[in-house]
Design a binder for this molecule. Structure first.
Ligand code: C2O
Ligand code: CU
Ligand code: CU
Length: 465
């Protein structure tokens, strides 16, 4: 696979219209715009319970009509769930008129609790897994995962963020005040028609590239400004988009100090001026706002567009004024412990462009009744993942991995930590540790996290026993 091809398709995929921006690519007048809100908090640490109910809702742009949406416990998206290690009794209800599921993306739970395509919650039914959380602190998320319906359901709003915490972040010198200096940011592009209605009507080309929007939403809001104190602020970024990968940077060039990836903390912050974030990935960064100003988080190199504007608010107390030196334990190097190597190709078959088909893994489109791989519980494997035509974000359920190489080179800095999703543009080698069991009736999935690709068949399933 030639590198140039990826660069070209990435550039042509950047069609986000600069709605809400001046021609310079900056937002128009900040003063009149609403303040960014966080999703409501659902703290499970005292109760040991979490209850989510999917229901229909609606949302509107400031200037537009209402569009139908779906959400958990609210109109669009769901609460931010805070959890700690230990038992967690979950309950998922469904007030929609079609089956949904709740997959815990980034929680290390067995196949029976994973919430994937084999665990649909039909209208009016309930799913109540008694889970046990046992993992490092991390930012994870949850979303519906019914086969063939994932893309539209997540687009409609059936997704939310999870914070797994050990209560020690203040000791680590990290911001901990939700919505004050610890911001949860769900990045999603959505397509609005000329009347301002949010639409999901993928053409064959949209399925090929994944469905892209023409407007940025953060936490379901368009054009809002994030108020921050004049100190270090923690941003927990989730790319909850169906298909768009972001290349994030600040318009004034300020550093992003990467502190955590999908699976948890890095040993120490890593300074980045550009951060790639593909669908399904999370990253936690610290940003220093002590200089004041109104920096804009942008995405894209050639045709950058604004993702979120920040406004320093001097009335917000400053708590963190320096960068912590140490965050988490040294990352365990899995390389050398693999018991086998597998090759995984993410296929968009020839002629697929014409026929709207050809989405497969190792030539086989997803089938609910076929187990593709069998993995031994407690082992480590090396997977060599290749992508066809365009870059594909590759995700594995029920396991974390380390990235060993990308196109023969050492991993990009944002891929140094524990991961469950990685953008594969060419060939990426990952070393995966399988600690969670999954049987053949509730297997784990591995798939492209461009949701249109996943629904079209770029997904497989595996057991761990
Ligand atoms: Cu984020 Cu299989 O999912
Ligand atoms: Cu997942
Ligand atoms: Cu894909």
């Amino acid at each position: 696979m030639k590198r140039r091809r990826f660069l070209t398709s990435a550039a042509t995929a950047l069609v986000l219209a600069p709605v809400g921006f001046g021609l310079s690519g900056r937002f128009a007048s900040a003063a009149s715009r609403p303040r960014l809100e966080m999703p409501p908090l659902l703290d499970t640490r005292q109760t040991g319970r979490v209850s989510l109910a999917a229901a229909a809702g609606n949302m509107k742009l400031p200037e537009g009509p209402a569009s139908p949406t779906a959400g958990f416990n609210q109109d669009f998206l769901g609460p931010t769930i805070i959890m700690q290690n230990g038992p967690l009794a979950a309950e998922v209800g469904n007030n929609l008129d079609e089956a949904i599921s709740v997959h815990w993306h980034g929680l290390m739970v067995p196949g029976d609790h994973d919430g994937g395509p084999h665990l649909p919650v039909r209208p009016g039914q309930r799913w109540s897994p008694d889970m046990n959380i046992a993992q490092q602190p991390a930012t994870a998320w949850y979303h519906s995962h019914v086969h063939g319906r994932t893309a539209e359901q997540v687009y409609s709003g059936l997704a939310g963020v999870i914070h797994v915490t050990d209560g020690r972040d203040a000791d680590r010198g990290l911001p901990v005040d939700y919505g004050i200096d610890d911001l949860t940011l769900v990045l999603q592009d959505r397509r609005f028609d000329r009347f301002g209605r949010m639409v999901y009507d993928p053409s064959m080309m949209d399925v090929m590239h994944g469905f892209m929007g023409n407007r940025m939403l953060v936490n379901g809001q368009a054009g809002a400004v994030a108020a921050v104190p004049a100190g270090f602020v923690r941003l927990r970024l989730l790319n909850g988009s169906n298909a768009r990968s972001y290349t994030l940077s600040f318009d004034d060039g300020r550093m992003m100090h990467l502190i955590a990836t999908d699976g948890g903390f890095l040993p120490a912050p890593v300074d980045l001026s550009v951060l790639g974030l593909a669908p399904g990935e999370r990253a936690e960064i610290l940003v220093d706002f002590s200089g004041g100003g109104a920096p804009v988080l942008m995405s894209g190199i050639e045709q950058p567009f604004g993702v979120l504007e920040f406004g320093v608010d001097d009335t917000i107390p400053v708590r963190i004024t320096s960068l912590p030196e140490e965050l988490g334990p040294e990352l365990e190097d899995l390389a050398g412990t693999e018991i086998r190597t597998r090759r995984i190709s993410l296929d968009m078959g020839m002629g697929g462009m014409m026929m709207g088909g050809g989405f497969a893994i190792n030539q086989r489109p997803f089938a609910m009744d076929r187990i593709d791989l069998e993995v031994a519980l407690g082992t480590v494997e090396r997977w060599i993942v290749r992508s066809a035509m365009i870059a594909h974000p590759f995700h594995v359920h029920g396991a974390f991995f380390r990235v060993a190489s990308e196109n023969g080179a050492p991993p990009r800095p944002e891929n140094l930590g524990w991961k469950d999703t990685v953008l594969v543009a060419g060939e990426t080698e990952i070393v995966v540790r399988f600690d969670q069991p999954a049987g053949s009736s509730k297997p784990f999935m591995f798939h492209c996290h461009i949701l249109e690709h996943e629904d079209a068949g770029m997904m497989g399933q595996f057991t761990v026993s």
